[in-house]
Design a protein around this ligand. Structure first.
Ligand SMILES: Nc1nc2c(ncn2[C@@H]2O[C@H](COP(=O)(O)OP(=O)(O)OP(=O)(O)O)[C@@H](O)[C@H]2O)c(=O)[nH]1
Ligand SMILES: [Mg+2]
Length: 690
């Protein structure tokens, strides 16, 4: 049976800015669908999807979590994702295995940075999207303002399919613009919804928004548009069908609204995504160059592992999506990414707070498996031993780096094990020994990220570390081109060593990385030694020119050299390459580059002046500010070195009422007087080591 089961599946990711109410919406959906019997809350730490101890204590999602349930004869795999940018890896991997996304939007704040960032990603993936304007019970929440903001940011195809009845604490229900029916909600129970007449004072408004909706729906097909323009009646079924087609094709983005924590209008969101978002069958084949994965049962099984959970007790759990064929319990599969065999034991369906076992997962389905030995997120499992590469989402680089030390002597091993396990779970953690200082470095996307890692090490693995102040990941580059000559010659009795090369280096635009051009003519350096020259150069670049930081963004042209028939070796040419690079780099105007962050601060209006003043004193460049309901969002670009201990300072300035996030914008040249300090600090360290 090719497509039948895959038609009944909905893979949906809940995404959005931090704190917009995704987890609360997930909880209400599970409750409404009957998957759980009590509506938990984030504040009480009783939701299904924020079940980790640190998710409860921090009242935020840290990992993506999967809940599967049945609704209207469909199987829904719902992925609740974290909004905090530090944990964006999980939001991105959830999107990569979903066929549709629900954007949860804070009804007070409207469009936020996180909304836009994830929207871009969903566009790249061509995902069908619905929007849910949540928190309409809050003071200063405004559905219509949020809707305008969404249209402004994401275009006119963002269109309301319902509008609220009442506002702020008086919100009572919604008007359905397709049926032109009104519904009110009482209490948070499962059958809290009843139909009421459209309130008189909202009749005009409902009509106005219905027309806007119809304008958009008619655009889905030319035939429909023609009839619409001629004033012909379009039937209810036609509207529903066109809406579905528009959503699946990414032409229409319906906006619904409600209050997650009161289970208000969540039943309608649930119906909307089961009805309107496409199934894996409808989404169709995944084309990967030559390889085409079709959601059919009569194919070799191919599944993509998108998330690994490292539980110190239950062991490793992998979440996967089956792209074709059937994943069976008690079977043998190949991990084609790692060229390893794996035995699949029990298959798991996470259902609300419980776990169920499954005998198989068909094409398009999402499930979990415990106790695989080698498999990690990003791997492909297959019933056939043939490599299939499914690209992983592109993740941000860990820029917030701290030197760390185990609190107890002799705990190095324990710390390393804990970090390796956590790294399986979160690929944006970096952990290495600094070749310059010999220190252990722990790096993540932000301070919160690193704090969460340190807490998890302690709580899950009993490994305690202390962190030294974070280190700024400076880079080095060159300003102009220069030539350099490297010659390595040793004659000591027997066979000597000889390598000789001439190179020219020139700057490349920021972000271009490294290019090596082999311009050797007439075999003055034999082909076999050229990779050795490059290797010597690359190693030298990693050690830096002025202050020991990695050198980036340059092109090296190897254009001349000589060799000796007996004495030349790869070793000798590597050394020559390294010498030539040093000689050239010193003449090429080497400079230090510092990371510049885009900082977004949200504060009550009264503090805006102080916050901007403070950011200015940190060499910040204001980008603008925007009122967002009861608070103002201030944006600025600030060098990372000035933001290393911002959290306590912001708390002091705003009496704890400010919030901020930041991410890497680019690297800029470090001003000379500051560069001198960094260079001095680096030579001090060198002196200590010598
Ligand atoms: N008044 C009100 N509060 C809500 C609503 N939805 C969520 N909240 C509250 O807002 C806070 C954040 O909600 P969450 O559900 O954790 O938001 P989230 O989007 O999952 O947050 P992250 O996972 O950290 O991105 C919690 O305190 C919720 O109780 C709502 O509709 N109305
Ligand atoms: Mg959450």
């Amino acid at each position: 049976m090719p497509h039948e089961a895959a038609k009944r599946i909905r893979n949906v990711a809940l995404v959005g800015h931090r704190g917009s109410g995704k987890t609360s919406t997930c909880e209400a959906i599970l409750f409404q669908a009957g998957a759980i019997q009590r509506l938990g809350s984030v504040a009480d730490g009783t939701t299904v999807s924020d079940s980790a101890p640190d998710e409860k204590s921090r009242e935020m999602s840290i990992s993506a979590s999967l809940s599967s349930f049945h609704w209207q004869d469909r199987k829904v795999n719902l992925l609740d994702t974290p909004g905090e940018p530090s944990f964006v890896a999980d939001a991105l991997s959830a999107l990569s295995v979903s066929d549709g996304a629900v954007f949860v939007v804070n009804g007070v704040m409207g469009v936020e940075v996180g909304t836009s960032r994830l929207w871009e990603r969903a566009s790249e993936l061509g995902l069908a999207r619905l929007l849910f304007v949540n928190m309409l019970d809050r003071e200063r929440a405004d559905f219509f303002r949020a809707l305008e903001g969404l249209k402004g940011a994401f275009g006119q195809h963002v269109v309301a399919t319902e509008i609220p009845i009442g506002a702020e604490h008086e919100i009572r229900g919604v008007i359905d613009l397709i049926d032109m029916k009104a519904y009110e909600y009482e209490g948070a129970g499962r059958d809290n919804c009843r139909e009421v007449p459209i309130p008189d004072d909202l009749a005009d408004r409902a009509q106005e928004y219905r027309e806007k909706l119809m304008d958009e729906v008619a655009e889905v097909s030319d035939a429909l548009m023609e009839r619409y323009l001629e004033g012909e009646e379009i039937s209810h079924d036609e509207v529903v069908q066109a809406l579905k087609t528009g959503v699946t094709g990414g032409q229409l983005f319906p906006v619904t609204c409600g209050v997650a924590t009161r289970n208000l209008a969540v039943n309608r969101l649930l119906d909307a995504f089961v009805e309107d978002l496409p199934s894996p069958a409808k989404r169709g084949a995944l084309e990967l160059g030559e390889t085409i994965l079709e959601p059919r049962e009569d194919r070799d099984m191919v599944a993509y592992v998108f998330k690994t959970l490292a539980d110190p007790f239950a062991g490793r759990i992998n979440l996967f999506r089956v792209h074709q064929g059937v994943m069976k319990a008690d079977s043998h599969v190949f991990n084609v990414t790692r060229a390893a065999k794996e035995r699949i034991g029990t298959l798991i369906v996470p259902q609300g707070k419980e776990q169920d076992h499954a005998s198989e997962f068909g094409p398009g389905d999402i499930g979990a498996v415990a106790k695989l030995k080698e498999t990690r997120a990003g791997d492909v499992l297959s019933s056939r031993d043939e490599v299939v590469a499914i690209p992983a989402p592109k993740l941000p680089a860990p820029v917030m780096a701290f030197a760390m030390e185990p609190k107890a002597k002799g705990d190095e091993e324990k710390v390393a094990t804990a970090l390796h396990r956590l790294q399986e779970e979160d690929p944006t953690i970096d952990f290495h020994r600094d070749s310059q200082t010999g220190e252990q470095i722990l790096a993540g996307l932000s301070q919160i990220h690193v704090e969460v890692i340190v807490d998890r090490m302690r709580e899950r693995f009993g490994a305690e570390v202390s962190l030294k102040p974070p280190r700024v990941p400076y880079l080095e580059t060159i300003r102009h081109s220069a030539k350099g000559h490297g010659r390595h010659k040793k004659q000591t009795g027997g066979r000597g060593q000889f390598g000789d090369c001439h190179i020219e280096i020139e700057p490349l635009p920021h972000g271009a990385g490294f290019e090596f051009v082999n311009a050797i003519k007439g075999g003055v350096i034999p082909q076999g030694f050229i990779p050795a020259v490059e290797k010597g150069i690359v190693e030298s670049m990693a050690r830096g020119i002025v202050a020991g930081y990695p050198v980036k963004d340059l092109r090296v042209r190897l254009f001349d050299g000589s060799f000796h028939a007996v004495d030349s070796s790869e070793m000798a040419f590597k050394t020559a390459g390294s010498l030539a690079f040093k000689a050239a780099a010193e003449q090429a105007g080497p400079v230090l580059l510092e990371p510049i962050m885009t900082v977004t601060v949200t504060v009550p209006e009264d503090y805006v002046g102080d916050v901007i003043g403070d950011l200015n004193s940190r060499r910040g460049r204001p980008l603008g500010m925007e009122p967002k309901g009861s608070v103002t969002e201030v944006k600025a670009e600030v060098p990372m070195s000035e933001m290393l201990s911002y959290a306590p300072d912001l708390r002091a300035i705003t009496g704890g009422q400010g919030d901020y996030s930041m991410e890497l914008a680019r690297y800029d040249e470090l001003p000379a007087h500051l560069a001198d300090k960094v260079i001095a600090a680096s030579s001090e360290q060198e002196a200590v080591r010598a």
